[in-house]
Structure formats: structure tokens, C-alpha cells
Write a protein of this length. Structure first.
Length: 130
């Protein structure tokens, strides 16, 4: 990796609430904590890339080989504008168009209308069925 030398003064800002460094550092710690709790995030070549009809969305499924019902739908919006994930396109992946989800990262239900989930600009979700 071609990385610049670490600016240790800036790095120390990760400990100061209200700074950009603090926000990023605490978000990363939260993500690591969640990944440690969810067996589907273990790296056992247990992911399946999804072919979505929306070019702005990246999606894949993570699952636990020993507990196939435990799966996480990971979706990221790489556009500044809201984008829609069509759930009916995931019916052959074990999800129903009427599945209800919770985002493991935020603990909230995503914006879901009919058979679509709305992702805001640059939003990501780690979704599990409720």
C-alpha cells in the first residue's frame, strides 16, 4: 500500500469528540464489534455477489455454512441520490419480496416501501430478516 506517513497529531484527534477523526474511528470500532458478533461475517468464503438491476448499488449475501438461515444482506449505495433495491429480484436467494429487515449497524428498520428498500446517498446497510 502506498500510504503517507501517519500524522500523529491528527491521529490523536480520534479521541476528541466532535472531530471527523473521532466519528470515523468510533464508526470503525462499531463495525468491527458487530462483525465479531455475527457468525455470517466470519471469512469462510461465505459470500455471494448479487447481480442487481441498479448500477449504483453493490450487494452481496454473507451466510454461516453451519446455520444457513443466518444470513446478512449487505447493500451499499455508491451514488449521492437515493436508490432503490428491488426485493423481488432476491426471491431466488432466499428472501421474499415482503421480507422485513433490520440494519445491524444502525439497529433500525430501513426505509421500505412495497417491495423496495430505499438507500439514501452513500448509505450502506447490513440487513438481517426480522
Amino acid at each position: 500500500m502506498h500510504r503517507p506517513k501517519i500524522d500523529w497529531e491528527k491521529a490523536e484527534l480520534r479521541k476528541k469528540q466532535g472531530t471527523e477523526q473521532y466519528a470515523i474511528f468510533t464508526a470503525m470500532k462499531k463495525m468491527i464489534s458487530i462483525r465479531k458478533e455475527i457468525s455470517a461475517f466470519a471469512d469462510f468464503n461465505n459470500r455471494e455477489l448479487l447481480h442487481l438491476d441498479n448500477e449504483h448499488l453493490l450487494g452481496f449475501i454473507r451466510f454461516d455454512h453451519q446455520r444457513p438461515s443466518e444470513k446478512v444482506l449487505v447493500v451499499a449505495n455508491f451514488d449521492v441520490n437515493p436508490q432503490y433495491l428491488d426485493l423481488s429480484a432476491l426471491s431466488n436467494k432466499g428472501f421474499s419480496a415482503y421480507s422485513r429487515f433490520i440494519d445491524l449497524y444502525t439497529g433500525k428498520k430501513p426505509s421500505q416501501h412495497d417491495e423496495r428498500i430505499v438507500l439514501h446517498g452513500y448509505q450502506f446497510c447490513w440487513l438481517t430478516e426480522t
